[in-house]
Design a protein around this ligand. Structure first.
Ligand SMILES: Cc1ncc(COP(=O)(O)O)c(C=O)c1O
Length: 407
């Protein structure tokens, strides 16, 4: 089908991050072939039955009945505070002893990252990111004019040796130290890797030594269905250098658009002032009631079961359907795994054929900063959204497409 040309009349009026993105095709390219019948392993969407709909209906009714107009007013009512209490209690359970003044509730983790970026970054400021990392976060940082440098990551998470080498090289070249390191320490998007405890210690030491802040995006930490969690970076941090980002997108629902930032008070104060337009206190009230009514933990336990089944179904299917020479990560939680296909397969080129066979995914190279040719044999597969049967069919289609390209 012929593609319609984009209307370019007002391109000269766009801000430079928009113009540059249009020119280079840009980060966060999520273009996948239109394939209605294909199994979508593309996005990190929760599975439809995961949502606690009845509990959210009840919570909404309660806050409207009990708080009347207050819940709809700027700032909301008492249940907004209850959400703060509930989130602080959950953070405490993970070893993070934050106060009310060290917590800022936002309209989701992405919004939190945007507020953090606008608090710390001038155009041209350097930010270190994992290579590969979550494409939408690259986009948010890019929007603020950040210069992004990728640091290698393996199955044990961000590589502190690579981080130190990057910092050393910049220092030796007389370049300024990056202001921020953006990391996803738990069940990383896209690889599923979790940063080991030893590496966490090194990363914290390097932040102190080289004077930068660590933005730890913990979208998936509560979704662990096996093994042991290392303490979150914020729980190990004595120097106040960790800005922790959380979200209920994966544990309740992304549609409620609620996340948070935990950091030292002087940082939270400024991040709060940069979050333009305020946050959604109506939804926060509903979630305050939801947590108060005791729904968070039982829902989470149900989800752990649902995601573990899906992860297992995908691992099982990969074993049976991928050609010899393929490899993949085996995360103990989260939404994604990272598959690397044998030499000779290019996942970007493979995508249209894969869609015809019956599966879509995000090609690996889209998760890397710059166009350095990495990730071309890899792909992020999401096991969060589909049923185990669909995952089986999707992986089988990937196997057929890869085998055909190898021939
Ligand atoms: C690492 C990471 N951060 C943030 C988000 C988005 O969070 P939110 O929906 O709260 O903006 C995602 C979701 O895909 C994610 O994978």
């Amino acid at each position: 089908m012929a593609e319609q040309a984009r209307d370019e009349r007002f391109d000269h009026l766009f801000a430079s991050p928009v113009r540059e993105r249009l020119e280079r095709g840009g980060y966060a390219s999520s273009a996948t072939p239109a394939a209605d019948d294909a199994v979508p392993l593309t996005y990190g969407f929760p599975y439809p039955d995961s949502f606690p709909t009845a509990e959210l209906v009840a919570a909404t009714e309660t806050v409207l009945e009990e708080e009347g107009a207050d819940v709809l007013q700027y700032g909301g009512g008492e249940y907004v505070e209850r959400l703060h209490d509930g989130l602080l209690a959950r953070e405490r359970a993970r070893g993070i002893d934050a106060t009310r003044d060290e917590l800022f509730v936002t309209n989701g983790a992405t919004y939190a990252l945007d507020a953090i970026a606008s608090t710390f970054l001038d155009p041209g400021d350097e930010v270190l990111v994992e290579s590969p990392t979550f494409v939408w976060s690259l986009s948010v940082l890019d929007n603020r004019g950040a210069e992004l440098t990728g640091v290698d990551l393996d199955e044990a998470g961000l590589d502190p040796d690579a981080l130190e080498a990057t910092l050393d090289a910049r220092e030796a070249a007389g370049e300024p130290t990056p202001k921020l390191l953006y990391t996803i320490p738990e069940f990383q998007n896209p690889t599923g890797a979790t940063l080991t405890r030893e590496r966490r210690e090194r990363v914290l030491e390097l932040a102190d030594e080289y004077d930068f802040l660590i933005v730890a995006d913990d979208a998936y930490g509560e979704l662990r269905f096996g093994g042991e969690s290392p303490p979150p970076l914020a729980a190990m941090d004595d120097s106040g250098r960790v800005i922790r980002v959380g979200t209920v997108s994966k544990t309740i629902a992304p549609g409620v658009r609620t996340g948070w930032v935990v950091a030292d008070e002087p940082l939270i104060e400024q991040i709060g002032t940069m979050a333009a337009g305020g946050t959604n206190t109506f939804t926060q009230s509903v979630l305050g009631r939801y947590i108060d009514a005791g729904h968070y933990q039982p829902t989470l336990e149900r989800l752990l079961d649902g995601y573990e089944k899906r992860r297992d179904a995908m691992l099982d299917a990969l074993e049976r359907h991928l050609p010899p020479g393929a490899s993949w990560t085996e995360p103990e939680g989260g939404f994604f795994l990272w598959v690397t296909l044998p030499e000779g397969v290019d996942t970007e080129e493979l995508l249209p054929r894969a869609a015809e066979e019956g599966v879509t995914y995000l090609p690996g190279q889209r998760f890397f900063v710059g166009d350095d040719g990495r990730g071309t044999r890899s792909a992020r597969l999401s096991f969060s959204h589909c049923t185990p049967e669909e995952l089986e069919a999707g992986v089988a289609a990937l196997g057929r497409a890869a085998a055909a390209q190898l021939e």
